[in-house]
Design a binder for this molecule. Structure first.
Ligand SMILES: Cc1cc2nc3c(=O)[nH]c(=O)nc-3n(C[C@H](O)[C@H](O)[C@H](O)COP(=O)(O)OP(=O)(O)OC[C@H]3O[C@@H](n4cnc5c(N)ncnc54)[C@H](O)[C@@H]3O)c2cc1C
Length: 417
């Protein structure tokens, strides 16, 4: 679409947050445009058909805290089937890779770590989550590995106050046709300008001027939903500058999590929706979801500095690592049965630059700073601004709705020069 020269509200980014904001403004009578740099909607939600019988989410896949997740109702309204099979994370399909007794010890050590960190957080003083590992505990590297999957980062970079603020109801469902596909359907009625990269938001005058790769436009109000790393890197600039926002974004960096999907020959030999993980004493390792939804494939998940290292090694490194680990657990016969189909490289994605945000120790308060409106004209949403559901797709969507409410309650519109 050609850009309008003037709108009441410009929303920057068509991920879950931008779409949540656009849908909330739908019947407001305001003119709205969503400016999106990519040629698709969904941002960090992206479903692909990896093979005719394999649907794969390169980004978000789980409806976390499903009993409080606003995408559940949306999925029902849009006729997207929800799968309520319990996630296999705490189970294990093959006793050989991680014997039951050791697994019980590991789970006990993990829960004890969470309890210590939660207890410390109650005192209200922030510190690094790594401080609450029990010195010398043999499971520490694996507890750190779990952090790389959950936070996208090792524990020494994670604030306990922030970790404790996350609201996990421990109910996790999935969308059979894919979370990214659900976002696409949710976006169907949104006024979109794709392939439109915003470079500068000039709020020095009495209207906000937005410079994009497709030309400039004026807006009365702007909702910014781009990932924190882009604000921190000044990939999107403000004039006058907003150092408070840049600092807050730096306190909430995106950690790294990456996924790979491998086609599986003779799938019946492996259980549907099983989990595979080794009892290794390393943090640098993947975790595997066997035959998700019963599909003939295995999904691998890597996080933290190991995921970065694999991304840096180039396309195909995640798949090669995943195949080596699976073969080490299940035997050499599996090598010929696995075929790489697709893998993510979120840290190398110019419009994400990482996977999901975590607060650095001492920076739990930065989420509120990032979320705060500027001058009643600039509003901020995105997963990193969510007080309790940060790092998730529904947290992002809800934050967009919150920003839309702020737009509607914050004074007059003056898009005209
Ligand atoms: C591997 C992985 C697994 C995940 N698993 C889950 C999960 O199971 N469950 C869950 O709930 N969450 C999960 N997440 C997190 C979830 O995907 C994100 O928190 C959520 O999608 C973020 O939405 P957002 O709108 O805040 O940001 P984004 O989706 O990043 O949207 C921001 C948009 O802004 C656009 N943009 C950037 N720069 C510009 C610019 N200059 N001009 C215009 N547009 C721009 C981007 O292209 C993007 O579309 C996962 C993420 C990853 C990467």
């Amino acid at each position: 679409m050609t850009l309008p020269s003037e709108v009441d509200v410009a929303i920057i980014g068509a991920g879950a947050a931008g779409l949540g904001a656009a849908r909330a403004l739908e019947n407001s009578g305001l003119s709205v445009i969503v400016l999106e740099a990519r040629d698709r909607v969904g941002g960090r939600g992206h479903t692909i058909i990896a093979a005719p019988d394999i649907t794969f989410d390169l980004g978000c896949g789980w409806l976390h805290s499903a009993d409080k997740n606003s995408f559940v109702d949306i999925a029902e309204q849009l006729d997207f089937e929800i799968d309520k099979t319990r996630p296999p994370w705490r189970e294990q399909a093959f006793d050989g890779a991680f014997p039951l007794k050791e697994r019980a010890e590991f789970i006990a050590a993990l829960d004890a770590f969470y309890d210590r960190a939660a207890e410390a957080a109650k005192a209200g003083r922030d510190s690094s989550a790594a401080d609450y590992l029990e010195p010398g505990n043999r499971w520490n590297p694996m507890i750190d590995a779990i952090s790389t999957y959950v936070n996208g980062s090792e524990l020494d970079q994670v604030s306990i106050l922030d970790m404790n603020a996350y609201e996990d109801s421990e109910i996790n469902w999935r969308v059979r046709r894919g979370y990214g596909a659900l976002m696409e359907a949710y976006a169907a009625s949104c006024p979109l300008a794709l392939n439109t990269q915003v470079r500068l938001i000039d709020h020095s005058g009495n209207h906000v001027r937005i410079e994009t790769s497709q030309g400039a436009l004026n807006a009365g109000k702007v909702i910014v939903t781009v990932p924190t790393n882009l604000i921190a890197d000044r990939a999107i600039r403000f004039h006058p500058a907003l150092p408070e926002k840049v600092d807050a974004a730096r306190g909430l960096p995106l950690g790294i999590a990456d996924k790979v999907v491998l086609a599986l020959d003779e799938p019946e030999a492996l259980p549907k929706d099983g989990n595979l993980r080794g009892a290794t004493m390393r943090t640098a390792m993947g975790t595997y979801h066997l035959r998700p939804f019963g599909q003939p494939c295995i999904e691998g998940y890597f996080g933290g500095s190991f995921a970065r290292q694999l991304e840096d090694a180039g396309n195909g490194a995640l798949a090669a690592q995943a195949i080596d680990e699976i073969v080490a657990f299940l035997g050499n016969g599996f090598r010929r049965r696995l075929k790489p189909l697709a893998e993510s490289r979120w840290a190398h994605d110019p419009f994400a630059r990482g996977s999901y945000s975590h607060a650095l120790p001492g920076h739990a308060g930065d989420r509120a700073v990032l979320a705060r409106p500027v001058d009643g004209r600039l509003f901020f949403a995105g997963e990193a601004t969510s007080p309790n559901f940060f790092s998730t797709a529904h947290g992002a969507r809800d934050s967009g709705e919150r920003a839309a409410r702020e737009v509607l309650t914050n004074g007059k519109f003056s898009a005209s020069p």
